[in-house]
Design a protein around this ligand. Sequence first.
Ligand code: AMP
Length: 430
Amino acid sequence: MNVLVIGSGGREHALAWKLRQSQSVQRVFCCPGSAGIAREAVCRSGDIKNVRQLADLAGELGADLTVVGPEVPLAAGLADELTARGLHVAGPSQAAAQLESSKIFAKEFLRRYRIPTADFVACEDYAAALPALGRWGGPVVLKADGLAAGKGVVVASEPLQARAVLDAMLSGRLVGAAGERLVLEEKLEGEEVSFQVMTDGNAVLPLAPTQDHKAVWDDDLGPNTGGMGAYSDDGILSERLTRRILDEIVAPTLDGLRAEGIVYRGVLYCGLMITADGPKVLEYNVRFGDPETQALLYRFRGDLAETLLAVASGTLGAAQASMKSDWEPGASVCIVACSEGYPGEYATGKPITGLDAAESNGAKVFHAGTAERDGQFVTAGGRVLGVTARGATLDAAVQAAYDAASRIHFAGMHYRHDIARKGLRRAHAL
Ligand code: AMP
C-alpha cells in the first residue's frame, strides 16, 4: 500500500520511519515533511490547514491510508473530507477532535459520561469566573478553551496570580481568541502518565504507557514546551491500574462517543493524573503524542501500517486475532535537543554535526526541526532532534540515549539531563 503521513515534526519522522518497515508498504509520502523525513519518505509541500488540498493530494498519490500527525488538520475536518471521498484515514472526525480542540467540550463530555476528572467551572466572563476562583480553597488551574499549542494552561497557586491570568486570558492577551472562554478547575495531586490507545471505535489496542517532560529545564523548572523528552517502560503502570484506566476511562470515552454518533478511528491520548482516588483525566489529545511517539515506536514490534489500516477501516478487532503487536522488553527513551532560547525566540541555520556517530550504537535520531543546506543538516526549529534509544532496562536505555546525544553538536544546543528520572527512581526503589 501507499501511505501518506501529514505533518513535519519528530512524531511524523518516527511514523514515516516505522511505516516504511511494513512489508505491505510500497511508498511512504509525507506532507509537508522535512529534510530529515525526506530520508524515509517522499515529501510533498502543502498547507496542513487546507483539508481539500490535502485530500486532493491523498487522491493524487493513490494513498491507501492517510495517517494524521498533528491535531490542527483533524480539528479542521481532514478525516471527514477523506472519508467522504472513500479514502482510509487514521485520525478521528472533526466532531471527535473537539475532545482536544475545546477544553469546555472535553470537560462537559467527561461530566456527561461520569469519567473521573477534576471538578471544573466553564466561563466566558469575569462575573462567572471570579466566584469560581475560590471554589476549591487553594490553587486553581486555568485552561484556555481553544487550541493554544501547549501555552493555554496555567496552574496558579496564589489568588493574585489566578486573577492576573484570568485577566490575560479573557482579554485575549495570553493566547488570543483561544482564551476568551476558559475552564477553571481544581488542582489534582499525583503522578502524570500518558496513556494512548489505537482504536477503530470499538476494539482497543493499548500502547505502552509513557511519561513526558514539558518544562524546558531539569527538575520541571522553566516555561512549558511542546515536550523535552519522553520514556516508555512497563514499570510506569501496574497491571491493575492499566485495567482500571481501560475500564474507567477508555471504555466509557468510546461508549460516550458512540452514544453521540461518533465512531472514533485513530489514536486516543489520555493525559492522566494518578491520584489517591485513582486515575483522572487531565486532557484528551486526538492523535499520537510528540515526543512520546518517538519513544513508543522505537519499542513497537508490530506492523504499524497494517495496524493503522485496521484502525482506519474498522477491522481492528478481527485483525488483533492474528496481529503480532507486542513491545520490545525493557524501555525506550527520547531526549529532545532544542535551540537556545526555545520556547521563546531562537536562531536557526546552525550546522549540526555528529548525527551518524549518534546512531552508531543503535540509537535513532528523529528530526523535529532541521533543514538541509549544502548537503549538511542545519537547525530549523525550536525542537530540533529527538535522540531515541532503547535498552533491556530503563537505566540502559537512558544511558544509551544520553551517550548518543553527547555525540551531537550544534551552536546553542540544549537538552534536559533528567529525562526518565522518575522512572529510574521507581526502578531503583523496587
Ligand atoms: P492539559 O493541557 O490540560 O493536559 O494541561 C497541561 C498540564 O497542566 C498537564 O500536563 C498538567 O501538568 C497540568 N495540569 C492540567 N490540569 C491540571 C489539574 N487539574 N491539576 C494539576 N495539574 C494540571
